[in-house]
Design a protein around this ligand. Structure first.
Ligand SMILES: [Zn+2]
Length: 623
């Protein structure tokens, strides 16, 4: 698809080339390679240098200059797609123009994220401006932004790359307002404003936090780590010594688990006024509001632990679907239950090993909470973890029909059950730690893992057969039999269903009715997460277009939630929806609902051996 018409402000003549251009590109000597298996300095690779310029007087975006030498006469430039958080950053590329020593080159937009450049002579100077997305409050920590005292630039949202030359290196020079500092996972050079990216993969995976920054350092086994904080001008003061000390203790546990750090150095890039986070190979961007840290300097540790653990489990141990960088979003990964779920498990476990605060007092209490959430939402046991993985990112809300399920939750529970299986089969000699280390050895290179690979790795570690487990609970949608697996450590579950209570201790109404705004549609679309809830029983379905709530049209999701959250038990509300079959109305009597309360208790017939395994597991010890 050609999107040339959207290129407002383009300075060069845009023409659509005929089939001749396609033939030329087929002979392009630069081919896509997978990182780590190809010579990095091929004779045919282009020589690439970037300059990223921030003008303090114009913070609506930044300018990028890309100097290319040794390029074919026809080459393609592309904007990378992130496998999970694809913000379609190609939307923000403006005023793309290319010069050669002989004059302007010809640029054709071949697809949304792909430009073809015809620039005879082997040299080209590419210039463009990256407009920043509309400001949001709070801001997502991984999105680019600029403020008078700093911002986030670079990474996946700044650099066009030459297609087919992703193993080529590049230098990045920053031109910033005076006194702005730079923190990034890119490699430093002798010039404090110039950095080195050995591959395009590293280039687009290393955002730059710039501005007036605070920074602290520590070393783990001699490997440098730093915590960088970008404060808002009115930042609340918080205990920075505690924050940095806690992050250091956490880092020690992760490095100890794997025996070494897999990076040259590591940067925790924390941003005031932001939420959420995105993991990278040697850094993480993470929202860390100073007001939250002032209230509780340990409150963000679970999220920090999760993102940091992704440095191993996701960035190195990666699903087979994630290959080299590409402008095309990769296929959805079936193994996200492992990448997210085991990362949830280890965020909790590493904090415990480090003696840092966690939300549940014991591992058993933590597991009770997980099982309770699993049982509370029937989608968790209705859809296989592999199929939930596929819709975890990027799918429209309601991809599971009238159900919802969490790949994080399913995965953490599967990881916990596999841990018990391994401990039982090896008589306590091995644990999920050994599986994780084996996964790193096998699947942190060019080749990622499939579900069969996880199965084989677990089986090799425990020298036992887990085929039935994977067939039933990973590829299949058989509910996890907690009773069966907990018995391996002499425990059993006790589940009772009692009315869900609010903060006031009174029964709370079933408000599990959600809405979202599909792009290019006016009406809100409803989402049901449990067909047995009050709204599902009233006949509503995910995908119903909302015409009116209590007889009134609702324009926004925020308006919708504010109406729904005001409902009380006993209220009757009418819901009008527009379906392909016609208008439909239902009256819903708002009711309370039951939720499961899970208690783990020792089996009366637990053996000495089982009690020993349980003590090991409960202590969170490696074995
Ligand atoms: Zn995650």
């Amino acid at each position: 698809m050609s999107l040339t018409s959207t290129m407002a402000g383009c300075f060069v003549t845009v023409v659509t080339l005929a089939a001749r251009g396609t033939a030329a590109s087929a002979q392009n000597p630069l081919r896509d390679h997978t990182e780590g298996v190809e010579i990095r300095f091929a004779r045919t690779q282009p020589v690439v240098g970037y300059t990223l310029r921030v003008d303090a007087g114009e913070l609506s975006g930044f300018d990028v200059e890309l100097r290319l030498r040794n390029v074919p006469d026809t080459f393609r430039l592309a904007m990378v797609a992130h496998p999970e958080y694809d913000d379609r950053n190609w939307r923000f590329v403006e005023a793309l123009r290319v010069q050669t020593p002989h004059g302007a080159a010809t640029v054709t937009r071949e697809d949304s994220a792909l430009w073809r450049v015809v620039a005879p002579g082997g040299e080209a100077l590419v210039r463009y401006r990256m407009r920043l997305p509309a400001p949001e409050s709070p801001r997502a920590a991984w999105r680019p932004f600029l403020a008078p005292t700093g911002g986030l630039v670079g990474g996946p949202h700044a650099f066009l790359y030459v297609v087919g030359a992703t193993l080529g290196s590049s230098h990045v020079t920053l031109e910033l307002p005076p006194e702005w500092q730079i923190a990034t996972g890119l490699e430093p050079t002798l010039d404090p404003h110039t950095f080195f990216a050995p591959t395009v993969g590293v280039l687009v995976d290393s955002p730059l936090l710039v501005g007036r920054l605070r920074s602290w350092r520590f070393a783990v086994d001699g490997v440098p780590h730093r915590v960088v904080y970008w404060p808002l001008p009115d930042a609340a003061p918080f205990d920075t010594v505690a924050l940095v000390g806690n992050i250091e203790r956490l880092s020690r546990q992760a490095v100890a688990l794997f025996g070494r750090a897999p990076y040259r150095d590591y940067s925790f890039l924390l941003e005031d006024g932001a939420y959420g986070a995105l993991e990278h190979r040697s850094s993480v961007t993470l929202g860390a509001p100073s007001a939250d840290l002032a209230r509780d300097p340990t409150g963000l540790l679970m999220e920090i632990a999760h993102e940091y653990f992704h440095t191993w489990n996701l960035m190195r141990i990666h699903p087979a679907e994630y290959g080299d960088v590409s402008y095309r979003p990769p296929p959805r990964a079936r193994g996200l239950w492992w990448s997210e779920g085991l990362t949830m498990l280890y965020a909790d476990l590493l904090l415990r090993r480090a003696g840092l605060p966690v939300s549940d007092s014991t591992r058993a209490a933590h597991l009770e909470g997980l099982i309770g959430r699993y049982l509370a939402s029937p989608g968790n046991s209705r859809f296989s973890p592999e199929s939930v993985s596929v819709v975890a990112y990027g799918a429209a809300p309601g991809a599971l029909g009238d159900y919802s399920a969490s790949t994080h939750l399913q995965g953490e529970l599967l990881g916990t059950m596999l841990d018990l299986i391994v401990r039982d089969a090896t008589n306590g000699a091995r644990s999920i730690d050994d599986v994780m280390r084996a996964m790193l050895e096998r699947f942190s290179g060019a080749r990622g893992f499939t579900g069969r690979d996880v199965e084989r790795t677990v089986a090799d570690v425990c020298a036992c057969n887990v085929h039935t487990f994977f067939e039933a609970h990973v590829r299949g949608a058989k509910p996890i039999d907690f009773y069966h697996y907990l018995r391996l450590i002499g425990m059993r579950t006790h589940v009772s269903w009692t009315p869900a209570l609010g903060r006031d201790g009174q029964p709370t109404p079933d408000l599990r009715l959600y809405a979202w705004q599909p792009p290019a549609e006016r009406a809100l679309s409803l989402v049901i997460t449990n067909p047995a809830g009050a709204w599902g029983r009233a006949g509503l379905h995910t995908g119903d277009r909302l015409a009116a709530l209590n007889g009134v049209a609702v324009a926004t999701v925020a308006d919708f939630r504010s109406i729904v959250t005001r409902l009380r038990i006993g209220d009757t509300t009418t819901v009008d929806v527009a379906r392909p079959t016609g208008a439909w109305r239902t009256a819903v009597v708002v009711a309370g609902y039951d939720r499961p309360v899970v208690r783990l208790e020792e089996s009366p017939d637990a053996t000495e051996r089982q009690r020993g395994l349980r003590a090991q597991w409960a202590a969170g010890s490696p074995r």
